[in-house]
Design a protein around this ligand. Structure first.
Ligand code: ASP
Length: 319
């Protein structure tokens, strides 16, 4: 029997320590704690890592503080395009959706693609039609909008920037600590269950002011999400293009498999060396088959936490 563990993240970015008031800290930390406790209960009841990461990411999508599902960031055209992925380390089965606009919980659609289709990735209207057939909930495209995210888009656009901004970075542009323009706001979860199985899931609204049709790393297996019982489970957050170019999540697994590296050494190498070399900022959460857990990030902060079954959850924002 392995000791089950669940870890989650709510994005990384320029989260100013000085300006994180106790109220803001409390808001984020208690959201993370509650989600860890709810989804951790699945592992405590000998449930699967796959079910635990699905539920953790679904809850993160439902929470407007994080950039996934409800509360997702806006594209340059003031719309939302959501991406999600999931992977089962025991079978290497995986599912993903990209560029969906009306699915309330993109992670449930990714799970349905994995469980009930012969494919791995569906995009746009085809993904939505598939999810509808699967009986998943659809909402109006405006369902995901929050005033905070709209203000974040307006702030980025007012600054004259044609560039897209990581969610938490966009927040920082207004000098508010958790200001919604300066975060990299993807969410994700990784877990090891009592049967020794690993799983990972990732979901995002992408980057503020992104061009319509742009897809980041989050729905790409190997870039934003990867799980393999022989090595580790990984979920990433950050400037997606750099994570795609470094095949970041898979690289951690490959360094363990081919290079015999520990999880910590492999993850540090990707986050502190490979990504910065090409301008990649962000971080990742990862757990290996022995239950070792790492959460490295090369930004000011990363919303993150973990729960080891039977113990109180740990949550943190800064280093
Ligand atoms: N990785 C995500 C993307 O590029 C953004 C993020 O993590 O904040 O779409």
């Amino acid at each position: 029997m392995t000791k089950p563990v669940l870890a989650i993240h709510g994005g990384a970015g320029a989260i100013s320590l000085a300006e994180t008031t106790p109220e803001i800290r409390h808001k984020y930390e208690s959201a993370l704690q509650q989600i860890l406790e709810s989804a951790g209960a699945i592992l405590a009841a000998d449930g699967s890592a796959l079910d635990a990461v699905t539920e953790a990411v679904r809850l993160l999508e439902e929470c407007p503080l994080f950039n996934a599902g409800y509360g997702a960031v806006f594209t340059s055209e003031g719309k939302h395009e959501l991406d999600a992925s999931i992977m089962d380390g025991s079978s290497l089965k995986s599912g993903a959706v990209a560029n969906v606009t009306v699915l309330r919980n993109p992670v449930l659609a990714a799970r349905a693609v994995m469980d009930n289709s012969a494919h791995v990735l569906f995009v746009g209207e085809g993904a939505e039609a598939f999810a509808r057939e699967q009986g998943l909930e659809c909402v109006a495209p405006t369902f995901f909008s929050t005033p905070e995210r709209r203000e974040q888009l307006e702030r980025v656009q007012r600054s004259g920037s044609k560039q897209m901004a990581l969610d938490h970075d966009a927040q920082a542009m207004s000098f508010a600590p958790l200001d919604e323009t300066r975060k990299l706001g993807t969410v994700g979860a990784v877990a090891l269950d009592s049967h020794g199985n690993l799983a990972a899931a990732t979901s995002t609204g992408g980057m503020t002011n992104k061009q319509p049709g742009r897809v980041g790393d989050s729905p790409l297996i190997g870039a934003g999400c990867y799980a393999n019982n022989h090595t580790c489970a990984v979920s990433t957050t950050g400037t997606g293009e750099a994570f795609i170019r470094t095949v970041a999540a898979y690289d951690v697994s490959a360094q363990m498999e081919y290079g015999g590296k520990s999880l910590a050494d492999a993850a540090d190498q990707v986050v502190y060396e490979k990504l910065p070399k090409i301008g990649g900022s962000g971080g990742m959460i990862a757990v290996d088959a022995q239950g070792n857990l790492v959460m490295p990030f090369n930004t000011q902060g990363m919303y993150r936490g973990y729960i080891q079954i039977g113990q109180a959850p740990f949550v943190a924002i800064h280093a």
